[in-house]
Design a protein around this ligand. Structure first.
Ligand SMILES: Nc1ncnc2c1ncn2[C@@H]1O[C@H](COP(=O)(O)OP(=O)(O)OP(=O)(O)O)[C@@H](O)[C@H]1O
Length: 232
């Protein structure tokens, strides 16, 4: 039964090939992320964590197997349909914020809502509420260059969640922050995810953060294994 799986990988594999350079990263990966579930993906540098996240988000194509998002097989969709599914069902937060520099925090968070077809007042209301919930109420009109590193990541978290995605994919979203700021941003992200019942797949090498999620997976030598809570 795959009933409430929001993201599912089936026999998933990736090998990069560029001319004679062939880099097998992983193969035979099978897992499901259920509605509301938070999952950490641990692994050494180069183990393939970012690659996995790119495949789950439809930003790269697997060389084997399939990814299903909200029940839809990614490989069966046109580029346009895949883009729409991404905007509707997934949110992304990266180590670097990727906010648009010319737009204010509020505009950056409004943008995905407007792109999804909402009118501007509704988008503004929703974006403002989320920014306020991550403590950025007094910074709505600041552009990314006028925000601190932690504030930028909080705006990025708000942007990822603003369309009520089924799942947020996070690639070391707090990796560039000092320990204390990272902990605060992480807690806020987790709190929002849980409040919205949004699933989370979080790539991290920080076991202390991983431990706070429902499930921990580890990529090691091309395989994905479940790590028992006591062993994280
Ligand atoms: N475009 C590419 N072409 C060829 N090889 C690649 C490409 N992208 C990544 N790789 C290789 O694939 C492997 C997995 O890379 P990936 O970035 O997924 O690892 P990671 O676990 O996220 O690492 P880190 O924790 O250092 O960010 C690495 O050995 C990398 O060198």
């Amino acid at each position: 039964m795959h009933g409430d799986a929001v993201v599912r990988a089936e026999n998933l594999g990736k090998t990069y090939s560029e001319g004679k350079l062939v880099t097998p990263v992983f193969g035979g990966l099978d897992f499901e992320v259920h509605a509301g579930e938070t999952v950490a993906v641990l692994g050494a540098s180069g183990a393939g964590k970012s690659t996995l996240l790119h495949l789950l988000g439809g930003l790269d194509t697997p060389t084997a197997g399939e990814v299903y998002v909200a029940g839809q097989r990614m490989s069966a969709l046109s580029d346009a349909a895949r883009g729409q599914l991404r905007n509707r069902a997934l949110g992304f937060v990266y180590q670097f914020h990727h906010l648009l520099p010319e737009f204010t925090a509020l505009e950056n968070v409004m943008l995905p809502v407007v792109l999804a077809g909402s009118d501007v007042p509704a988008a503004r209301q929703r974006a403002q509420a989320l920014l306020e919930s991550v403590g950025l109420g007094p910074r709505l009109e600041h552009k990314p260059g006028e925000l601190s590193g932690g504030e930028r990541q909080r705006a990025a978290v708000a942007r990822a969640l603003v369309n009520h995605p089924a799942c947020v994919l996070g690639d070391e979203p707090t990796g560039n922050l000092d320990e204390r700021t990272a902990a605060t941003v992480f807690e806020q992200m987790l709190e929002l995810n849980r409040a919205q019942r949004t699933s989370l797949v979080l790539v991290t090498h920080d076991r202390r953060l991983a431990r706070k999620l429902d499930r921990v997976l580890e990529l090691h030598e091309g395989r994905l294994r479940e790590v028992a809570a006591a062993d994280v």
